[in-house]
Design a protein around this ligand. Structure first.
Ligand SMILES: Nc1ncnc2c1ncn2[C@@H]1O[C@H](COP(=O)(O)OP(=O)(O)OP(=O)(O)O)[C@@H](O)[C@H]1O
Length: 263
C-alpha cells in the first residue's frame, strides 16, 4: 500500500508569502490500483508526485510505501516525465537497463531484462536504435520500459503523453493499459485531460488550486471495461462516462475562474 496522510507542502516565496502548494492530501494507493490525479494548472499535482518520488520533502504529513516512510528517491519508485530523459548517446537497450547498471546487475541479465521490457512496450526490434531515431511516442515507451526495469512497487507518471499528438496519445493510453494489465503494477498518473483520466483510472482524484487539495474522488471501471472489450468507442459513448466528464468539467471550470480572478 502507498499511503499519503495529510500531505502538505509550502514553498518559500521570494520574500513574499509562502506558496501553499499542497494542503492535507490523503490518498491510499493499494497494490494494482491505477490512480489518476486531474486538475487545473498549479493545483499541486506535480508537487504530490515529486513528494511520492522523494524529490521534495513534505512540510507536514507523511507518505509511506509498504509501511516504510518515504524520505528520498528509491528504486521502489519508477518515474516517467512528460519530456523523455533518455541518454542520447546510449542505445535503447542501454537506456532501459540504466537503473540495472546502477544496481550492479551484470551485463547478460541487463540485456535479457531490457529485451523482455522492450517486448512489453512493443519495441523489440529497436534495442540497438538511438533515441534520435525514434518518434516521441516511441521514446516515451522506452521511458516506461526503463522505469519498470528495477521492478518498482509503483510507477509515477507526470503527464507522460502531454506532448504527443492525439492519435499517438490514444495508442499510448492503450499500450499503458496493456502494461498495467500484464504487470499489475500500481500507477500514479497525472493529466490535464478529463477523458484520459476517466479512461485510465480505477481511482480518479480531482484537485483544485490555491491551496492544492483533493476536491472530488471517483472509483471507476472504464479501464477494466476496455480490457474486457477493447471497445474505446462504446466507453466514450457510455452515458455514465459523459455524466462524470460533465461533473468534473464543472469543477475544473470553477477553478479556472478562481485562478483568472486571482491573476
Ligand atoms: N519549487 C517551487 N518553488 C515555489 N513555488 C513552487 C515550486 N514548485 C511549484 N510551485 C508552486 O506550487 C503550486 C503547485 O505547483 P505544481 O507544479 O505542483 O502544480 P501542477 O498541478 O502540477 O501544475 P501543472 O499542471 O501546470 O504542472 C503552483 O502555484 C506553483 O507555482
Amino acid at each position: 500500500m502507498l499511503k499519503i496522510q495529510n500531505a502538505t507542502v509550502y514553498f518559500e516565496g521570494r520574500g513574499e508569502k509562502p506558496v501553499h502548494a499542497l494542503d492535507r492530501v490523503n490518498l491510499d494507493i493499494p497494490d494494482g490500483d491505477f490512480v489518476v490525479a486531474l486538475g487545473a494548472s498549479g493545483c499541486g499535482k506535480s508537487t504530490l508526485l515529486n513528494a511520492i518520488a522523494g524529490f521534495l520533502p513534505l512540510s507536514e504529513g507523511s507518505i509511506s510505501l509498504n509501511g516504510r516512510e518515504i524520505k528520498g528517491p528509491g528504486a521502489d519508485r519508477g518515474v516517467v516525465f512528460q519530456k523523455d530523459t533518455l541518454l542520447p548517446w546510449s542505445n535503447v537497450a542501454d537506456n532501459v537497463a540504466l537503473g540495472l547498471k546502477f544496481a550492479g546487475i551484470g551485463r547478460a541479465e541487463r540485456r535479457d531484462r531490457a529485451e523482455e521490457l522492450l517486448d512489453l512496450v512493443g519495441l523489440k526490434d529497436f534495442a540497438k536504435s538511438f533515441p534520435y531515431e525514434l518518434s516521441g511516442g516511441m521514446r516515451q515507451r522506452v521511458g516506461i520500459a526503463r522505469a519498470l526495469a528495477t521492478e518498482p512497487d509503483i510507477l509515477l507518471m507526470d503527464e507522460p503523453f502531454g506532448a504527443l499528438d492525439s492519435l499517438t496519445r490514444e495508442k499510448m493510453q492503450e499500450l499503458l493499459i496493456e502494461v498495467w494489465h500484464r504487470t499489475r503494477k500500481r500507477i500514479f498518473f497525472i493529466t490535464h485531460s478529463i477523458e484520459e483520466a476517466l479512461f485510465l483510472g480505477t481511482q480518479v482524484v480531482v484537485m483544485s488550486p490555491r491551496p492544492g487539495r483533493v476536491v472530488a474522488r471517483y472509483e471507476l471501471d472504464f479501464v477494466n471495461r476496455f480490457i474486457a472489450t477493447g471497445d474505446v468507442r462504446a466507453i466514450n459513448l457510455a452515458p455514465e462516462f459523459g455524466e462524470i466528464r460533465e461533473e468534473i468539467r464543472e469543477i475544473l471550470h470553477k477553478d479556472h475562474q478562481k485562478v483568472e480572478i486571482a491573476a
